[in-house]
Design a protein around this ligand. Structure first.
Ligand SMILES: [Zn+2]
Ligand SMILES: [Zn+2]
Length: 94
C-alpha cells in the first residue's frame, strides 16, 4: 500500500493474515495495539487525578493520555472544580 493513503479492506486482510502467520503488526493498517502504560496527571492544580496512558505494543508509540478514557477523567475533573467554584483546569466541558 502507498504511504499516506487510507488502508483498503484488502490491505487490512493482508495485514491480519500476516499477523496470524506470526508476522509484525502493521500499525499503519490495523491501528496501534494499545496496552496500558500506567497513568499520567490530568493537569489540574490539585494533582489528584490521573488519566490512563497507552503504549503501542508493536511500535512503541504512546498516546500520552490522548484517549476517550482520559477525556472522561478530565471532564469529571472540570465538573468537580467548577462545583467547588473554581475555574475548570482543563478548559471546561462545553
Ligand atoms: Zn503502533
Ligand atoms: Zn484533575
Amino acid at each position: 500500500m502507498s504511504e499516506g493513503l487510507t488502508p483498503t479492506p484488502l490491505d487490512r486482510l493482508i495485514a491480519e493474515a500476516l499477523v496470524l502467520a506470526g508476522g509484525p503488526h502493521s500499525c499503519s493498517v490495523l491501528g496501534h495495539k494499545w496496552k496500558s502504560e500506567g497513568g499520567r496527571w490530568c493537569g489540574c492544580r490539585d494533582g489528584r487525578c490521573s488519566v490512563p496512558v497507552h503504549e503501542c505494543e508493536a511500535c512503541g508509540d504512546c498516546d500520552y493520555g490522548d484517549n476517550e478514557d482520559a477525556d472522561d477523567v478530565r471532564a469529571e475533573c472540570d465538573a468537580r472544580h467548577e462545583a467547588a467554584g473554581e475555574d475548570a483546569p482543563n478548559g471546561g466541558t462545553t
